[in-house]
Write a protein of this length. Structure first.
Length: 361
């Protein structure tokens, strides 16, 4: 392993090692960003996956808080998008179809008849090119998605920069440009368990979401088009409450997702990067706050997680041992003219930033 001490003023160190080789014979590297406060993030070039995220608890003990695997082969075999970058379109597009300027496009479908998280080989399954930005304590990943890859128009040049800071924040900054009008909706799919124990359900995590409305879905988890008030529903996280409090309520939307698997319509959409949501785990004292300029956030409570996937702490993952907070535009936006647009034009730059800030209380 070769460890590099960055500039005098920048306390972040970045080390690099080989993580594995894909079944196609491509070498995959792992980069570990460390600060002076006990936080460290390991990111691999396959899928831009955060494989490990060590964060101190209230006693100062750093433990891993993201689900994942030890081996590249496990990621290649089957993954519920553990820790991965998602593109070109995070979440679902009904029937994989959408139109731009009257021309219909058909994407690969991989979730029944729908398109989910970029398709059969999305950004979570490609090998990215890495560049260490020494002065910034950052890792820049780049990927060129070719015209019509998975059915999407345009050559899309994508850059995702992971930056670790000394206040225990991991920032994810996304940029993309295209040479043909297209759609883009990138996100990060880490599954958090702030207890550090991946056998424990996440139901006791206390969550807050700054949203007055959410996006109801049909049985295939495609938005109905309505944006519904959270007031007097189990979807009201405006005041902090445990994930478990209402998850089993007699509610048709919860039955459809087998729990929370919905996008919230975040408040203050014109304010740029602002607080979106938080999760607090009382035993460890760990608090995660998510900041973003995106209009929506998907809370997914790991409802389909359990059964077969090898837990990196030993054994097999079970349902609801991790939750995702995926900042994004609403699902199926290309087919809902009243949802914020996900169109990217040649000459414009897609640019969005999400920060995961950790502290203890
Ligand atoms: C989706 C779930 C899906 C999961 C994949 C989440 O982002 O909302 O419906 O099952 O990703 O593991």
């Amino acid at each position: 392993m070769n460890s590099t001490q960055i500039t005098k003023n920048n306390p972040i160190t970045i080390s690099e090692e080989v993580f594995g080789t894909t079944t196609d014979g491509v070498s995959v590297k792992s980069f570990t960003l460390k600060n002076e406060k006990g936080m460290e993030a390991s990111i691999i070039t396959y899928g831009g996956i955060i494989t490990t995220l060590k964060v101190p608890n209230k006693k100062g003990v750093s433990e891993d808080v993201v689900l994942g695997y030890k081996l590249l082969a496990s990621y290649e075999k089957a993954t519920p998008y553990f820790g991965a970058l998602i593109g070109r379109y995070g979440n679902r597009i009904a029937n994989g179809k959408f139109s731009i300027d009257g021309k219909e496009y058909a994407l690969k479908t991989n979730d029944g008849s729908n398109h989910l998280h970029g398709g059969v080989k999305g950004f979570d399954k490609v090998v990215w090119t890495a560049e260490v930005l020494k002065d910034k304590g950052a890792l820049k990943l780049s990927y060129l998605s070719k015209d019509m890859e998975e059915g999407y128009p345009g050559n899309l040049n994508t850059e995702v920069t992971y930056t670790l800071t000394n206040d225990n924040t991991l920032e994810v900054a996304y940029q993309a440009t295209t040479d043909k009008k297209t759609i883009v909706n990138l996100t990060q799919h880490s599954y958090f368990n702030l207890s550090g124990d991946f056998t424990k359900p996440i139901l006791d995590h206390i969550v807050k979401i700054n949203a007055d409305r959410f996006v109801p879905v049909n049985r295939a988890l495609i938005p109905t088009g309505e944006l519904k008030e959270v007031a007097n529903t189990p979807f009201d996280f405006r005041e902090p409450k445990t994930i478990g409090q209402d998850i089993n309520a007699d509610n048709e939307q919860l039955k459809r997702g087998l729990g929370y698997d919905h996008c919230w319509v975040l408040n203050d959409q014109n304010e740029g990067i602002r607080f979106t949501s938080s999760a607090y785990e009382p035993n460890s004292g760990r608090l995660l706050e998510v900041f973003s300029d995106e209009p929506g956030i998907q809370l997914y409570t790991g409802n389909f997680l359990g059964g077969t996937l090898p837990n990196k702490q030993g054994g097999i993952y079970t349902n609801r041992t991790g939750f995702c907070l995926e900042t994004q535009h609403y699902p199926n936006s290309p087919n809902q003219k009243d949802f914020p647009s996900t169109i990217l034009k040649p000459g414009d730059t897609y640019s969005t930033t999400t920060s995961f800030k950790f502290s203890v209380k």
